[in-house]
Design a protein around this ligand. Structure first.
Ligand SMILES: *Cc1c(COP(=O)(O)O)cnc(C)c1O
Length: 361
């Protein structure tokens, strides 16, 4: 028998989450963001569930190539654009739309030989200070692009730094509007948090994390609040049970000490599977669908869980690290992420290659 850990990808949940994006921004077209190998889920595994999107947004040419080889003929957008001039040849060949965020990318386009003009998304730096032209430089960049025979339609884009938090989107949205007021072209502003929290639509939205069943603004809101469903389950089994006495310790560093007799289970899952080592004692976990907590440090291949609330379980009992458990039970990835001081995004992206993954309904 192989080691009992596995991950499941839920196609119907992906489709249901995408429908939530549509409901929240009914007039917008939706990019399903599948960068980082579909947030760790696997582009090929999410394709069926997300094929109702209007396009796929991603980061590198190899991912664009994979989406095309799945038979997708609709829009594909490179969110960081080209990294060097010859990437434009791949964009021409694969019909990829691409972000233009710096003057060099315009130079490369001006020198590019193509029969088919490119669709581009011109990006404004409205305050995030990662990619894009500052508001004052945006119009000149647009005019330069617009004069190029290599360029077809130009969409206008920006990205919010605080759509999930207290600062919100108003300042950046106002800077964008002021600098683009009389420019033609489709608008593309909202990420998941801007769609759900602020109901922002425009012409295109970029739905990433919401597709994957994690709340963009957790813990302010959780997946139940937003009507999202988990799309990734990480599950394993108990491979040993230990009966502790008061004073016994558990795992490396003896970071946990039993204060009374206690039954614990050892789970075939560790940080080499992508489970965060930062998760300390009391990180939520399901055993046979019953919520309990971890004890002690996570090691490379194993972790320990408190079996007090599940006296009937034993070796072979199912353990849900996140996602769907037996029956109708559920453990949101956001709950686990929080215990590890991180966000659901990081956990799903970090699922380790050694974990076998299958796509189910
Ligand atoms: C990753 C990314 C998104 C998606 O963000 P979510 O918070 O996952 O919805 C949107 N836009 C850009 C530019 C991105 O890089």
């Amino acid at each position: 028998m192989p080691r009992p850990i596995e991950a499941l990808i839920h196609a119907t949940a992906l489709a249901a989450n995408l429908a939530r994006a549509r409901a929240a921004a009914p007039d917008a077209r939706v990019w399903a963001v599948v960068k980082a190998n579909a947030y760790g889920h696997g582009i090929e595994r999410v394709f069926e569930g997300l094929r109702g999107a209007d396009g796929f947004a991603l980061l590198d040419l190899a991912e664009g190539e994979r989406v095309r080889s799945l038979g997708w003929r609709g829009p594909v957008l490179l969110l960081e654009g080209c990294f060097e001039p010859r990437d434009l040849e791949s964009c021409s060949r694969l019909n990829l739309w691409h972000v233009v965020h710096c003057a060099e990318q315009i130079d490369w386009l001006a020198a590019h030989k193509t029969h088919q003009p490119h669709r581009v998304f011109l990006k404004m730096n409205s305050g995030m200070n990662r990619l894009g032209f500052r508001p004052a430089a945006f119009r000149p960049a647009w005019a330069r692009l617009n004069a190029l025979p290599q360029v077809d339609e130009i969409a206008l884009m920006t990205h919010f730094s605080d759509a999930d938090g207290e600062r919100g989107i108003a300042r950046q949205a106002a800077a964008f509007d002021a600098a683009t007021r009389d420019l033609p072209g489709e608008r593309c502003l909202a990420n998941s948090a801007a769609v759900l929290r602020h109901g922002l639509g425009n012409d295109w939205v970029r739905a990433g994390i919401l597709c994957y069943g994690s709340a963009p603004d957790f813990p302010a809101h959780d997946i139940h609040h937003w009507g999202l469903q988990p799309t990734m389950t990480l599950r394993s089994r108990l491979i040993a049970v230990q009966q502790l006495q008061a004073g016994d310790t558990v795992g490396y560093g003896s970071s946990y000490t039993a204060s009374a007799p206690q039954r614990i289970g050892i789970v075939a899952c560790g940080y080499a599977d992508g489970y965060p080592r930062h998760c300390g004692t009391d990180t939520p976990v399901l055993v046979d669908g019953v919520r309990t907590g971890t004890v002690g440090r996570v090691s490379m291949d194993m972790l320990a869980v408190d079996l007090t609330p599940v006296p009937a379980c034993g070796i072979g009992s199912e353990v849900t690290l996140w996602g769907r458990g037996p029956g109708d039970t559920l453990l949101a990835i956001d709950d686990v992420a929080r215990a590890g001081g991180t966000i659901g995004y990081e956990l799903m992206c970090a699922l380790a290659p050694r974990v076998p993954v299958s796509a189910i309904d």
